[in-house]
Design a protein around this ligand. Structure first.
Ligand code: THU
Length: 160
């Protein structure tokens, strides 16, 4: 049996002012969307800001439901809003941030598995990378060049 290792590359900066202006603006848009979270059950706010290929920014937050499995994560909400606004245009970058109810999160928030699958599909559909900018409430910022890097061995439409 051969042992194999997978390495995921990403960049890290300590503060938003170390991002370029466009990425900083996107992270600010995500942060500004946190109050739009409807999360009466978890009280955990997540917001995602998508930058489309033409530069447009669309932001959305998580939207919960009394029937818990129906909760909609911030990331697909932002992807759907982007698709409604500019049908057929790829999202090129997404900034994601969070606000927890009882603690200050100082490590980057990472999209859940289901969100990763949606973001990966988008990359495959458009043949375009979707960069991710992740931040907790404070602390370092992680930048991934491709959303698919966060979903190694994900299920792919190429199998169908
Ligand atoms: N949530 C997101 O919005 N995105 C994720 O990637 C993970 C979780 C939301 C769902 C729920 O409203 C709350 O965070 C707690 O799980």
């Amino acid at each position: 049996m051969k042992s194999k290792t997978l390495t995921i590359g990403f960049s890290e900066v300590d503060r938003p002012d170390q991002l370029d202006a466009a990425d900083r603006e996107l992270l600010e848009a995500a942060t500004a969307a946190l109050p739009n979270s409807y999360s009466p059950y978890s009280k955990f706010k997540v917001a995602a800001a998508a930058r489309l290929e033409d530069g447009t920014i669309v932001a959305a937050a998580n939207t919960e439901n009394a029937a818990y499995p129906m909760c909609i994560c911030a990331e697909p909400n932002a992807m759907a809003a982007a698709a409604a606004l500019r049908p057929g245009m790829p999202v090129v970058t997404m900034a994601i941030t969070v606000k927890a109810p009882t603690q200050t999160l100082n490590t980057p928030a990472s999209p859940c598995g289901s969100c990763r699958q949606i973001l990966s599909e988008h990359e495959g559909r458009f043949g375009h990378s979707l960069r991710l900018i992740l931040r907790g409430e404070t602390g370092p910022i992680y930048v991934f060049d491709r959303a698919g890097d966060l979903l190694p061995f994900g299920f792919s439409g190429e199998l169908l």
